[in-house]
Design a protein around this ligand. Structure first.
Ligand code: SF4
Length: 349
């Protein structure tokens, strides 16, 4: 590591930084086994590394290193207002990993975190314990793959397998796994449970190629979505975030038609639609990291701290997708971000 914080000139995961307390956890040993050649560097606390000022985010993103740490404080949080709750009263989220192997230009993580290195929290059992405390009071709908993509990381962490087992044992728990992944082998090996909702973020192929770097193609995501349903999981399709491009209007219909050619509507539990929106403070940081990105540099309207394409344009984008999805799914299976916003009383980042 050099003084500028650029530990990313090496191969991805060539260096693994291990917090003192993390070393005792079985997940730490499991992950280290998968990288026998990586240099192992003990650290006092992950924040000493992850939160340092003036890190070279772009270099780290090209070649991320791995930090193994213990998560402290509150581990399961009430759902943020910018996230869709899908009508669940007891909506929570938790984050066992910070950062993602994929590289979407519009990703909020690059505005939220000072580092692009991947931090895996090895004390998943503590998150389970806190979830059980909530379950002792009421049912829980828990989003477990925010701030990362757990399916893409299953080979590294094995956390989805643990979440599926945990959910199967707790009848009043439903979890959502948001993903762009295509790891069909992992999906087929997971313990099946229909209270595990795999939620695929879908975009037209042109948007994937232009903005969602390193992510699987649309065809691969749809094949994985089918495999998840066939393996006994519930399936959600997320047309969120909708990204405005010159071809937005013309490619919407063929895109949605293709999705439902591959995925029969009766396989789908529900679908969500949401136009791109982001906290203004995250966007400021993202603009420094991505000076050439049209998705990031677009002149968004700032509406009380949340940046978006403008209310009228966002409404038109939503309505186009709502009308297209209504050809395949009944209204009660289509969740709109706009409706959610009304329910949750304002756009607060
Ligand atoms: S898949 Fe999601 S979490 Fe990962 S880089 Fe893309 S937007 Fe961010």
């Amino acid at each position: 590591m050099n003084s500028s914080g650029s530990i990313s000139y090496c191969k991805p995961f060539s260096h693994i930084y291990i917090e003192e307390r993390a070393a005792a956890f079985p997940a730490c040993a499991r992950i280290l086994e998968r990288y026998p050649d990586a240099a192992r560097i003990p650290i006092r606390h992950y924040k000493d590394l992850f939160n340092r000022p003036r890190q070279d985010w772009a270099m780290q993103k090209q070649s991320p290193q791995l930090i193994l740490a213990v998560k402290e404080g509150r581990l399961v949080y009430p759902g943020a207002p910018v996230c869709q709750s899908f009508g669940s009263q007891y909506f929570y989220y938790t984050s066992s990993v910070m950062n993602c192997l994929y590289d979407c230009e519009y990703c909020y993580l690059q505005g939220m975190y000072p580092s692009a290195n991947l931090t895996v929290f090895v004390n998943l059992e503590d998150i389970f314990r806190e979830t059980e405390q909530l379950l002792s009071r009421h049912p829980v709908y828990l989003s477990v793959s925010y701030d990362t993509d757990l399916l893409a990381l299953e080979g590294l962490t094995g956390y989805l397998e643990q979440w599926c087992r945990f959910t199967a044992k707790h009848p009043s728990l439903t979890i959502e796994v948001r993903t762009k992944g295509a790891n069909i082998a992992a999906l087929r090996s997971l313990p099946s449970c229909d209270r595990v909702i795999f939620a695929w973020t879908l975009s037209p192929e042109t948007v994937i190629r232009r903005f969602e770097h390193r992510t699987p193609s649309l065809a691969a995501r749809l094949a994985a979505a089918r495999a998840a349903k066939e393996a006994g999981f519930s399936l959600r399709l997320c047309f969120d975030p909708l990204i405005l491009t010159a071809d937005f209007q013309t490619e919407a219909e063929p895109f949605v038609r293709r999705v439902f050619q591959e995925i029969s509507p009766d396989m789908v539990r529900d679908a969500s639609i949401g136009v791109f929106r982001i906290s203004g403070s995250y966007l400021n940081a993202m603009r420094k990291n991505r000076p050439d990105s049209a998705a990031v540099q677009y002149p968004y309207e700032n509406d009380s701290g949340v940046c978006h394409y403008g209310k009228a344009r966002s409404a038109r984008m939503t309505e186009l997708y709502r009308s297209l999805l209504a050809r395949y799914l009944p209204r009660e299976q289509i969740f709109l971000w706009e409706e959610n916003r009304k329910e949750e009383n304002g756009w607060k980042p």
